[in-house]
Structure formats: C-alpha cells, structure tokens
Design a protein around this ligand. Structure first.
Ligand code: FES
Ligand code: FES
Length: 197
C-alpha cells in the first residue's frame, strides 16, 4: 500500500480572492461561486434604458439606487435628492410610464425597464409642453421640487388629458413643495388642458 495522503494533499487550499484593483480578472473561472457565468456577468456592464438610450452603468454603481446612478454616474441631474426616503417626490422619474421614486429603486431593478427623466421630455424641441406651461405661468420658485412635479404631471396627462382639480391634487399629493407652488401648479395644468377634453 502506498503512503497515506496527508489532509493537506487531499484538500488542497482553495484559491482565495485576490484583493485590489484588477482582482476580478484573477478569479478562477470554474471554482465555487466564481463560476464562468458569474465571471462573465461581472465583466458585462449593467445597461439601463434611459430616455430611449442604452446607457452603461459603471460596475461601482451597481448596488446603488436609481437616483444616485442617474445623477452621479450618468450625469442626469434633473431628478433631485430630497428626503431620500420616498416621502417628498423630488426624485420622481417615469419607469414604464409610471411615476416612480428613484431614491427607493435599486438600480438593478431598473434594468430592462423604460426610464424617462426630465432630460428626456423635450426630445429635439427646446421645451416639452408641460415645461413651456410651467415657464409661462411662472410656476417654480426655488425649483428644487419641480422636476418631480413635472414628471408626475406628464404621467397624469397621459392618463387624463383633461384632468379635474381633484385628479391633479390626487396625482401630486405626495409631491412636497416648501415654496408653496401647488396652487400655481394646479392652475397651470387646468389652464393648459382646458378645452382639450
Ligand atoms: S428624494 Fe425620493 S422621495 Fe424624496
Ligand atoms: S419650488 Fe421650491 S420646493 Fe418647490
């Protein structure tokens, strides 16, 4: 009989994850959690569909919320960070046409969804109709909440092209404005849509 194998020989040390920049490309391709599929996944940048463009999310941002990625990684600063807790509406963007608090949405959950931000409203024209109405009615004061207000209004008008005052109040109820612009917002929407029923 041959010599018995030592425990160390029977169970060679598992490769350990190297540290530092470039560590990912040194992982073994087929060991435990570092499988080939996992490896490939980590190398392909996460992509978001924002304003009908496919944008890559840098790997360092893949665990952040959608708002942070839009603003800090992709440079789309229309949506604002207010409360960061889903309470103020300043961060509202449209996800598949629905007003969504981007401060609460993990960016991973946004993959494969159609995201629209303030920057995507006007297309090639200077201002979208809602933005032009806002300007004509001098709605904003400090402006901080207005991106969220506008995105929620766009969603409202897609669903109700001629909304009642009650429908406006309901759609914008969760959008705080400490400058008190709500009456001007309501009046601007009603003025914009009168006769469009
Ligand atoms: S910042 Fe998202 S709801 Fe206030
Ligand atoms: S315009 Fe200042 S918070 Fe709304």
């Amino acid at each position: 009989m041959g010599a018995a194998m030592s425990p160390a020989a029977r169970h060679p040390a598992q490769p350990t994850a190297p540290r530092g920049i470039g560590a990912r490309i040194q992982y073994p391709l087929a060991v435990g959690p570092y499988s080939h599929g996992w490896f490939l996944q980590r190398q392909i940048a996460m992509q978001l569909n924002v304003n009908q463009q496919s944008l890559n999310v840098p790997p360092d941002w893949e665990d952040d919320c959608l708002l942070q990625v839009l603003r800090e990684a992709l440079g789309l600063t229309g949506a604002k960070l207010g409360c960061g807790a889903g309470l103020c509406g300043a961060c509202t963007v449209l996800v598949n046409g629905q007003p969504t608090r981007s401060c609460l949405m993990p960016v991973r959950a946004a993959v494969g969804q159609s995201i629209q931000t303030l920057e995507g409203l006007s297309g090639s024209s200077a201002l979208a109709p809602v933005q032009a109405t806002w300007l004509a009615a001098a709605v904003p004061q400090c402006g901080y909440c207005q991106s969220g207000q506008i995105m929620a209004t766009v969603a409202l008008l897609r669903q109700h092209p001629s909304p009642s005052a009650e429908q406006i109040d309901e759609a914008l109820a969760g959008h705080l404005c400490r400058c008190g612009t709500q009456p001007r917002i309501r009046a601007a929407i009603l003025n914009m849509t009168k006769g469009s029923a």
